[in-house]
Design a protein around this ligand. Structure first.
Ligand code: BMA
Length: 323
């Protein structure tokens, strides 16, 4: 598949002496917790190219500690103007109004519009699905699943005529388990053919895993960046790694990197509202240069950027792959 070039992708070269597969932006975090007057924290957010610039849906927990989604706009993908008020969803069904909470959005351009998925409170967490054409009006479609579920992530095109959504069945709390599944839908309302994709393993991903950004289509398969959680004596530690999924049957894992790509090690990944969290929700990709910019939340408090090259990430997955 040919991805539209993204010449203005945020970018910084790998620092001299760094041998990591992906590296952090030197001016992280790009979004401080108090960028808008109402916010306690801004993190785990989604970003897409939009009209030559960038648009995003941001998780803003407010000072009442309510979990809300806000629209953001940016010329360069690094400096953001985020609305002070949450997105007002147009909802046809009064049973869905208002939502209990909204968090961890993902955004994808799919056929004719931007689809948004997020963790939506409906008697517990499930996956809300909505869309916008213009980042002015936002429409709610339906919840994708019964509670409890998190990390609903669409693919950027239908596969075999179906919308495909990665997701992670969970519980109503700080879920101590969790594998990635894939569910197919002809219309984004009805779902069928739920398939297991991959489960927890050892070490950094031994407690639970969940899909991160929208998978990137490559000749070698879908590049999936996902978070993995380890339970230490001090609580959960959220890192992220990568795998390749089959292009036509994306519940089949072709290769899965052994080590993490990034684990919480800097101050803004270790110290904040929830220590030791690096949680990716979006990635930009410029196919001509192979550049990838990953947006991730740090410590459930701020938003940060990391960079990598697609061929190096794929090489990392293949050379370190373990089952
Ligand atoms: C998960 C989600 C994320 C959060 C993470 C760490 O269950 O709620 O939003 O970043 O926990 O607190």
């Amino acid at each position: 598949m040919t991805h539209a070039p993204l010449l203005n992708i945020p970018w910084e070269e790998r620092p001299a002496g760094c041998s990591d597969v992906i590296w952090r932006y030197n001016a992280n975090p790009i979004i401080p917790r108090d960028l808008i007057p109402t916010s306690n924290s801004i993190f785990n957010s989604a970003v897409v190219p939009f009209e030559g610039q960038f648009a995003g849906v941001f998780r803003c927990d407010n000072k009442k500690r309510e979990l809300t989604l806000h629209r953001g706009m940016s010329e360069n993908g690094i400096n953001w103007n985020i609305d002070h008020e949450p997105i007002l969803w147009q909802i046809n069904d009064p049973e869905h109004d208002p939502f209990e909470h909204r968090y961890d959005p993902r955004l994808v351009w799919l056929e004719d519009r931007f689809y948004i998925t997020w963790c939506n409170g409906y008697h517990g967490p499930t996956i809300g699905v909505g869309y916008t054409f213009d980042f002015k009006d936002f429409f709610f479609i339906e919840n994708a699943f019964l509670p409890f579920n998190r990390n609903g992530v669409l693919f950027l095109r239908k596969i075999n005529g179906q919308f495909m959504m990665l997701n992670r069945p969970s519980d109503n709390g700080h879920t101590p388990f969790g594998d990635i599944f894939l569910s197919q839908s002809p219309d984004l309302v009805h779902r069928r053919k739920h398939r297991f994709v991959m489960g927890v393993r050892r070490g950094w991903e031994s407690t639970k895993i969940g899909a991160g950004p929208i998978p990137i289509e490559t000749d070698e398969g879908w590049l999936l960046i996902y978070h993995g959680v380890l339970t230490s004596c001090n609580g959960f530690v959220y890192s992220f790694g990568a795998a390749l999924l089959d292009l036509e049957s994306p519940w089949k894992v072709l290769a899965r990197g052994g080590p993490y790509l990034l684990s919480p090690q800097t101050y803004y990944e270790c110290v904040g509202d929830v220590p030791n969290v690096a949680f990716p929700c979006a990635a930009l990709y410029d196919q001509p240069t192979g550049r990838i910019a990953i947006y991730y939340g740090g410590v459930d408090t701020v938003t940060a950027l990391a960079f990598g090259k697609i061929d190096e990430i794929i090489d990392f997955i293949k050379t370190t792959s373990e089952s």
